[in-house]
Design a protein around this ligand. Structure first.
Ligand code: UD1
Ligand code: CA
Length: 460
């Protein structure tokens, strides 16, 4: 027998305690939004349907999740409680047979293994509902789960609706559930809002379903919810520790890991060394043998094997391998650096493609440029790529060398084996094998002093 699985992610709330215009579920954590982290926890269960329940700034949430394939959206226009939220998926799930996994959009640290274990427990025991629970030292604010020694749940009571006696119960409801959809449908439409908050509580379905089982998580960090920015920062610390521990165990050396941050979306191959104050963000891939940092930011970039990057910033770019980048280099806007290149101090490369074994070792700007192999860019070479209205391209072919302080006024092409004299201003194309010098002829005037000095008698 197959067990179809649908998922409902509760993401309609504003998150008042975040004190933000941004919907709570769109706050970033480890390079993804909170709700994307929640969706990532579904990795091992492969649901047949995924439905996000959206409400507050629904269009923004929808746009932020548009890239998630197969994700459906239903709107909860008024937020009348978690039970009311799940009621909104009833039309979408008409005729559905199987289980419904309910996740809160603000519980971002769930491990895929935990969700898989919960679904497995639910299916194996043929439960009407399975609830992820934990025993908290301080359960204040959470709904309390009442169960017997075999974890069979009788009811869940919200903190504010508990008697002082009931508040001694430390077993809390994480807000993560797996329901048998057919059985849930016998009670979900009939919820009442006769509680302290006059809301439709999803937790009220529990007392009318059987059997309902509690499953304690091994690691309580996994079910911490985010209600304010302090909890967001605490979650970021937990996530960073997880990501870095995993990387170190996979063969990456980190020096002072507390000063390093790495997004969940980053891939690092073994035998990479990461030095202090280095930050890897977004869709970044680091190949084996790289040495990154100290003091480096790399985002949405691909760094090939055995590259060294020190005190530099690399965004949306590629270094193909064996590169030596920095100190103080800036690669951005789809810069593509070939194999075995050196991009040194105070060199900025923007939207340019650079061939193999090409060097720009000091003080240069290369924008909208295409460089061949074994080019040498002298200190102070600037591609003047912007005329005030549009950007123009510069092409520099193999083995060409630009002199110090040369300005290449785009659009312009330098052929192969060109030598550009120091201080040249190159405004027209230069053919292969040429030397181009644009200096004025040297004049030396002996014993020269400014005329006004000659006309004045020195006052002393
Ligand atoms: C809920 C549970 C509580 C549990 C806690 C765990 C209920 C009644 N209580 O309480 O037992 O211990 O989670 O964190 O379910 N949401 C909507 N629409 C609504 C209301 C909420 O989409 O109308 C979403 C929120 O955006 C949020 C999630 O549901 O992502 C949880 O809602 P919240 O109000 O934070 O529930 P809690 O009071 O924390
Ligand atoms: Ca909450």
């Amino acid at each position: 027998m197959t067990h179809s699985l649908a998922v409902a992610v509760l993401a309609a709330g504003k998150g008042t305690r975040m004190r933000s215009r941004l919907p709570k579920v769109l706050h970033p954590l480890g390079g993804r939004t909170l709700v994307e982290n929640v969706l990532a926890s579904l990795e091992q269960v492969q649901p047949d349907r995924q439905i996000a329940i959206i409400g507050y700034l629904a269009d923004e949430v929808r746009a932020a999740l548009a890239h998630v394939s197969g994700l459906e959206f239903v709107e909860q226009t008024e937020q009348l409680g978690t039970g009311h939220a799940v009621q909104q998926v009833i039309p979408a799930l008409e005729g559905f047979e199987g289980n419904l996994l309910v996740l809160n959009g603000d519980v971002p640290l769930l491990r895929p293994e935990t969700i898989a274990k919960m679904v497995k427990t639910h299916v194996e025991n043929n439960n009407a509902a399975t609830i992820l629970t934990a025993q908290f030292e301080d359960p204040t604010g959470y709904g309390r789960v009442f169960c017997d020694d075999s974890y069979i749940v009788s009811e869940i009571i919200e903190h504010r609706d508990c008697t002082s006696e009931q508040r001694h119960n430390k077993r809390i409801n994480s807000g993560i559930y797996c329901f048998n959809w057919q059985q849930l449908m016998t009670v979900l439409p009939h919820l009442k809002s006769d509680n302290d908050q006059n809301e439709y509580y999803l937790t009220d379905v529990v007392k009318d379903l059987s059997p309902v089982m509690a499953l304690d998580v091994d690691d309580i960090e996994e079910i911490s919810g985010i209600n304010n920015r302090k909890q967001l920062s605490d979650a970021a610390t937990i996530l960073q520790r997880r990501i870095k521990d995993e990387l170190m165990l996979s063969g990456i050396t980190m020096i002072n890991p507390d000063s390093i941050t790495i997004d969940a979306t980053v891939t690092v191959e073994p035998d990479v060394v990461i030095e202090p104050e280095t930050h890897l963000r977004g869709h970044t891939t680091i190949a084996a043998g790289c040495h990154l940092g100290p003091g480096t930011l790399i985002e949405n970039s691909t760094i090939g094997a055995n590259t060294t990057v020190r005190y530099s910033v690399i965004s949306d770019s590629t270094v193909e391998g064996a590169g030596r980048i920095g100190p103080y280099a800036h690669l951005r806007g789809q810069a593509i650096i070939g194999e075995d290149c050196r991009i040194g101090n105070f060199v900025e490369v923007k939207q340019s493609t650079i061939g193999n074994k090409t060097n720009a070792a000091h003080l240069a700007y290369l924008g909208n440029a295409t460089l061949g192999d074994q080019v040498n860019i002298g200190a102070g070479t600037i591609t003047a790529n912007y005329d005030g209205f549009e950007k123009h391209s510069t092409v520099i072919k193999d083995n060409t060398k630009t002199g110090s302080n040369s300005v290449l006024v785009a659009p312009v092409t330098l052929g192969k084996n060109v030598t550009v004299g120091a201080g040249a201003v190159v405004t027209k194309d230069v053919d292969d094998n040429c030397l181009i010098v644009t200096r004025g002829e040297r004049r030396v005037i002996k014993n020269w002093r400014p005329r006004f000095v000659n006309n004045k008698t020195a006052k002393k």
